[in-house]
Design a protein around this ligand. Structure first.
Ligand code: UT7
Length: 324
């Protein structure tokens, strides 16, 4: 008998404040036209003053629990992917646990920047396959607006805030690609590229949160090759290929990266869930947000093959193949 981690629920939360590209024209040497044509981004949500990553995560988690018809005390583990925690510690995950009113199970954060949700999902799958948890709440939640340099037009127009959540539950499978649930994953990192995308502050350096710095063009080139490679590698592990994919749900950083990756995988854009125009780059939150929006739009349906892939600071990248 094979155990599979099957998706039972999905949900998301976006802060109320929406900022259109045109807003940046007032303070920066940029245009709506440049942002749209170079990135696909049209608007993004920013958290209100005092609104924290854990607050976004709790709302997304509650939406996923409602979708699954479960209560928080039925969850054995909470794994949160974030690079923008409320505090250095405790983890956002323990704040979510408390916020949901749960005293059962265990909770912790993982940090792999924009690839964080891929790593968290793989980690949660490991908890289920090793028998340590039956039901895991996996969340990606970020407030990247807190680490923007608002004078840097090369970065501050790209990011947004938000949270998405998924509930995985152990179920019996046959061990084939016909099973529902997580079928394969593929993870990578290469710390030689740490200076391409980083934050120039932190606990043991400046003692401040710092600001995001990125060599966008270099990251772009890595993304275009590495994302299709990792997606193909994950598909290979379970004996699937591009034509078996119902949906690619990519990290939403740049529409040009999303379409170049789809092209390399020979998957047409009408089988790609795209939310970057409305959310911008929400780092670890982008994939669960897109999964939730994709389901709500009626795109992603039970039984379909979904491929998720992401790359970010580290560099760290990877992909997960699942049957929804
Ligand atoms: O999620 C984590 C992973 N991150 C990513 O995947 C991001 C990957 N990178 C990208 O998405 C793109 O590289 C960017 C959107 C960041 C930049 O697009 P690009 O086509 O690579 O532009 P570039 O950095 O090569 O810059 C081209 C020009 C430069 O001007 P010069 O030097 O040619 O005169 C920039 O200064 O565009 C300029 N530029 C802007 N112009 C107007 C950069 N940002 C802006 C802006 N408005 N906001």
């Amino acid at each position: 008998m094979t155990i599979r981690s099957v998706v039972r629920g999905v949900g998301h939360y976006l802060p109320e404040r929406v900022v259109e590209n045109a807003e940046f024209e007032k303070t920066l040497d940029t245009t709506d036209e440049w942002i749209r044509s170079r990135t696909g981004i049209e608007r993004r949500h920013f958290a209100a003053e005092g609104e924290t990553t854990s607050q976004l995560a709790i709302k997304a988690a509650q939406a996923a629990l409602d979708d699954a018809g479960m209560t928080a005390d039925q969850i054995d583990a909470i794994v949160v992917a974030t690079s923008t925690p409320d505090h250095t510690f405790p983890s956002v995950a323990t704040m979510v646990q408390a916020g949901l009113g749960s005293t059962t199970g265990f909770a912790y954060d993982v940090q792999a920047v924009c690839a964080g949700f891929i790593f968290a999902l793989t980690n949660a799958n490991g908890l289920i396959l090793s028998g340590q948890a039956e039901r895991v709440l996996v969340i990606g939640a970020e407030t990247f607006s807190r680490i923007m340099d608002w004078t840097d037009r090369g970065t501050c127009v790209l990011f947004g805030d938000g949270a998405g959540a998924l509930i995985l539950e152990a179920a019996e499978g046959t061990g084939t690609a016909n099973d529902r649930g997580i079928l394969a994953s593929d993870l990578h990192s290469d710390g030689r590229y740490k200076d391409l995308l980083y934050v120039d502050g932190g606990v043991s350096t400046t003692g401040t949160a710092g600001h995001l710095r990125m060599q966008g063009n270099a990251v772009f080139k890595h993304a275009v090759t590495k994302l299709s490679e990792t997606a193909h590698a994950a598909l290979d592990k379970i004996g699937l290929s591009g034509e078996n994919i119902d949906w690619i749900v990519p990290h939403q950083a740049n529409l040009r990266i999303i379409s170049a990756t789809a092209e390399r995988m020979q998957v047409p854009m009408d089988r790609v869930v795209v939310t970057v125009q409305d959310h911008g780059n929400t780092s670890a939150a982008s994939i669960p947000l897109a999964l939730s929006v994709g389901k709500a739009r009626g795109q992603i349906k039970e039984g379909q093959i979904v491929v998720t892939e992401a790359i970010g600071g580290g560099l760290a990248w990877g992909s997960v193949v699942l049957r929804w």
